[in-house]
Design a protein around this ligand. Structure first.
Ligand code: DX5
Ligand code: ZN
Length: 218
């Protein structure tokens, strides 16, 4: 069964607590938190303070996606704030094994992310060490962008390596996921779908999640 991680980037921040409750009741499996620093990506969003503020209001695991330079500097703080999973970009890490180990040392599950133009081969050496691989299907920075189809073979490639190497990390996709694109991803082996605008831009969030889940069946 596919898992859904609504991205709060597309939520109404003036009533974040209610927005989170709504998607939790609607059947979300994770809450995807997009952290942007205005350097690694051209947008600034959420810091540890916000993660700490939402933590007591949800039972959903917080799936924290760091789109920042120098993630090592902030990992301990995000872990303390209540992150369940912290994912870092391969492109932002000079010493990827060291950074993944730092996440684990802070008692949090570790994920690695690749941008659409980054070959999957670049994360093959870290696959045995991660709990999650996140394949970006848009260039990170904003919600509501169009899905980049050329990323699809990478999902399949990573899923194939997972099988060959007998590993058990989850594969997540992020960006432009909706009722049309979701199945393309699950067909290639994606386990978790991040969706921002496809959920929060709909008035009925339960229906929005159900629509995505149903779209991948069959
Ligand atoms: C993009 C973020 C995504 C974004 C997804 O930089 O990492 O998580 O919020 O939004 P949609 O689903 O609208 O593409
Ligand atoms: Zn994200």
């Amino acid at each position: 069964m596919v898992k859904i991680a609504p991205s709060i980037l597309s939520a109404d921040f003036s009533k974040l607590k209610d927005e989170i409750k709504e998607v939790e009741i609607a059947g979300a499996d994770y809450l995807h938190v997009d952290v942007m620093d205005g350097h690694f990506v051209p947008n600034i969003t959420i810091g540890p303070l916000v993660v700490e503020a939402i933590k007591p209001h949800t039972k959903l695991p917080l799936d924290v996606h760091l789109m920042i330079e120098n993630p090592d500097q902030y990992i301990p703080e995000f872990a303390k704030s209540g992150a369940s999973i912290i994912s870092v970009h391969q492109e932002a890490c000079t010493h990827l094994h060291r950074t993944i180990q730092l996440i684990k040392d802070n008692g949090v599950q570790a994920g690695v992310v690749i941008n659409p133009a980054t070959p999957a081969q670049l994360i093959k050496p870290i696959l045995a060490d991660v709990d999650l691989v996140l394949v970006m299907t848009v260039n990170p920075g904003f919600g509501g962008q169009s899905f980049i189809k050329e990323t699809l073979p990478k999902i399949w490639e990573i899923a194939k390596w997972r099988e060959e190497l007998n590993l058990s990390f989850q594969i997540e996709v992020d960006g432009g996921v909706n009722r049309e694109t979701a199945k393309w991803c699950t067909d290639k082996g994606a386990d978790i779908l991040v969706a921002g605008s496809a959920i929060f831009n709909e008035k009925d969030r339960a229906k929005a999640i159900e629509t995505i889940v149903n779209s991948v069946k069959g």
